[in-house]
Design a protein around this ligand. Structure first.
Ligand code: PEP
Ligand code: MN
Length: 631
């Protein structure tokens, strides 16, 4: 069968060769491994020549480091290579590599005896604090991994700044960890290709020469990586142009003075990034995550929230009680069905527009926007007049007339996935909403129908993650309808939260036995509180000291558990230090622990230092005593 032959050929084909400057074990090698089989080159010039000659398929070049800024040696080599008329290098991707540098020396050399520190120029510039503290002489080598080998060979009072792997590889002992001035440190590499077709995610990188070009790019909010000038081009460098200002950057650099130039190394300005799926262009557009905000309810782009409330609005009193309960738990939107899609025509169908009034009053009373389902195009007008968010239920996911009507209503739409709908079909339904002009769409996975009957639906987390990779829209999960059983809801909620959903929709009732619909799957208000506390969601204002104390209790038990784990780890590291002859105390390490707390609690916070010091003291005590772990 031809398909199988194709696959077999695929498995035997040669991997692409990806060049880097340096030695195995260097950060460049790590970046290259993300593009193909790494091939080492002693200099950037040789690497670029090999790329242009077609000896390697691509090459990685360190462009910017968090501490150091632009990396002049490599950018300058690229600029010089671009000056050759036949050079057709393009930039196809940006790869960020975390940079953890250590100070390492041959066994026997103590930190205070180090006189020379060997490393690559750029790495040495990232460790100014260390060099000042040691009062050692920096010696440049052409890459960090080579520095480790040199130091091992030469011996004496020499140490190297390199990666931990390079140090271990060369047989050095680590004297100090994480020695860069800024932690965490990282370097952005560019993948260089030979005049390839632009990929949809390639960065918009420009080479520029000239004052006007540089100021036009700066005005377009590009990130300028300027290089030292040459007599011919006193002002020059590279610029990374954010997607939103590509048109501005192109217009600003369209007419330049004599001798000035710009050259787009990533996709040209007129290149429009194709959507991830051709047939679903608006939903799968390559852009920053969409944020949906309705009053206190904000989701997408890192903001997460919970919509909670009863399955159905049953009475003015019921919805007001539950509105207060979910607001106090920390939910920022109130749900409640007024038109209920029921399997049996004899089941409760919802209290209709009367219930919408009760829902609205309850939402207003606690300051939460309301979410309710529309089942028919004719309901969109009257419901949209009062509801803040229109829900389209699983049964109507592919009701295209309803999608068109709801999409044109001017209200945000919360679209559930149908239980027999593929991810692609679900996204196509969302496309109807965007195409009808809807600016705020939220997608919600609520369990699909599978052979499994033990749960009401099967919460498709894999499908949810596939959707995440395809769309910029906020994604929710509804563990209540997926489970159909109260006891399974917290576990599914945690799984979805852990998978990175932008939010959850959860059904809640305070008298589930007498609920008019979906009682068996409703969480009790106190269960909701506990769950939202676990997710770190702040309780809503309710004036209850007891409620807030419950949240604090949860935090305390987490802290206590983490403190015990921290002590276990301290004992472990103590044992490793003893067996490798390293001292127990490491002041630089202690400083980085304090810095981490200061970052989280605020630079000026006295509490940050006190907390960090308390933990460090406890850890040192545990390391010295070498107690066995707690369990
Ligand atoms: C609901 O949210 O109450 C509901 C009916 O959900 P679904 O459409 O997911 O069944
Ligand atoms: Mn329900």
């Amino acid at each position: 069968m031809p398909e199988i032959e194709e696959q077999e050929r695929g498995t035997t084909h040669e991997p692409v060769l990806a060049g880097y400057q340096g030695q195995p074990g260097s950060f460049g090698a790590r970046a290259a491994a993300r593009c193909g089989r790494p091939v080492a080159f002693p200099t950037f010039e040789r690497m670029l020549r090999a790329l242009l000659a077609g000896e390697i398929a691509c090459a990685v070049l360190p462009a910017v480091n968090r501490v150091e800024g632009p990396i002049l040696e490599s950018l300058d080599a690229l600029a010089r290579s671009l000056a050759q008329p036949e050079s057709r290098v393009t930039i196809g991707a940006e790869i960020e590599v975390p940079v953890r540098l250590v100070l390492a020396a041959p066994p026997g050399l103590a930190l205070e005896d180090v006189r020379e520190v060997h490393s690559q120029a750029a790495a040495l510039r990232q460790c100014r604090d260390l060099l000042a503290r040691l009062d050692a002489i920096p010696i440049e080598t052409h890459d960090t991994a080579y520095a480790a080998f040199r130091v091992k060979e030469a011996g004496g009072a020499r140490a190297a700044v390199c990666s931990e792997e390079a140090a271990l590889e060369a047989g050095l002992l680590i004297l100090e960890e994480d020695v860069s001035d800024v932690r965490p440190n990282a370097t952005r590499f560019w993948r260089l290709d030979r005049a390839a077709e632009p990929e949809s995610l390639a960065p918009r990188v420009v080479f520029y020469a000239g004052v006007r070009a540089s100021s036009a790019l700066a005005e377009a909010e590009a990130e300028l990586l300027s290089l030292p000038g040459t007599p011919a081009e006193p002002v020059r460098g590279f610029a990374v142009v954010p997607e939103k200002s590509v048109a501005r950057a192109a217009a600003g650099t369209a007419r330049l003075a004599a001798g000035e130039r710009v050259r787009w190394l990533g996709p040209a300005p007129e290149f429009v990034r194709p959507p991830r799926m051709k047939e679903i262009p608006k939903v799968t557009e390559v852009r920053e995550p969409s944020v949906v905000a309705v009053g206190p309810f904000v989701v997408g782009g890192g903001r997460r929230a919970v919509i909670a409330g009863p399955c159905a609005v049953e009475s003015p009193e019921q919805i007001l009680r539950l509105a207060r309960a979910v607001a106090r738990a920390g939910a920022t939107a109130l749900r409640g069905g007024v038109f209920k899609p029921r399997t049996s025509p004899y089941s409760f169908q919802g209290h209709g527009l009367d219930a919408l009034g009760w829902l609205k009053e309850a939402g207003d009373a606690v300051g939460l926007p309301i979410v309710t389902e529309v089942m028919a195009p004719a309901q969109v007008g009257p419901v949209g007049a009062r509801a803040d968010v229109l829900q389209i239920g699983a049964r109507n996911c592919q009701n295209y007339d309803l999608l068109k009507e709801a999409g044109a209503s001017g209200r945000p739409v919360f679209l559930k996935r149908g239980f027999g709908t593929t991810v692609e079909e679900w996204l196509s339904s969302a496309e109807y909403l965007l195409d009808a002009g809807c600016k705020n769409v939220i997608l919600c996975e609520r369990g699909i129908r599978t052979f499994e009957k033990a749960t009401r639906g099967t919460l498709d987390l894999g499908g949810l993650l596939v959707a995440r990779s395809l769309t910029h829209l906020p994604l929710f999960a509804d563990p209540s309808h997926a489970a159909g059983r109260r006891d399974l809801v917290p576990g599914l909620a945690r799984a979805a939260w852990g998978a990175g959903v932008d939010g959850l929709m959860i059904e809640v009732h305070d008298a589930p036995e007498s609920a008019l619909s979906d009682g068996p799957q409703a969480l009790l208000p106190e269960d909701l509180e506990e769950l939202l506390d676990e997710f770190g969601i702040l309780p809503g204002a309710s004036g209850s000291v007891e409620r807030i104390r419950r949240a604090i209790d949860g935090v305390d038990s987490d802290i206590a558990r983490l403190a015990a784990r921290r002590l276990d780890l301290a004992r472990l590291v103590g044992a490793v230090k003893k067996s490798s002859g390293r001292p127990i105390r490491d002041e630089a390490r202690e400083a980085s622990v304090r810095a981490r707390f200061a970052e989280a609690l605020g630079e000026d916070s006295l509490g940050a230092t006190r907390l960090a010091d308390a933990l460090i003291d406890l850890a040192l005590e545990a390391e010295r005593r070498g107690d066995p772990p707690t369990d």
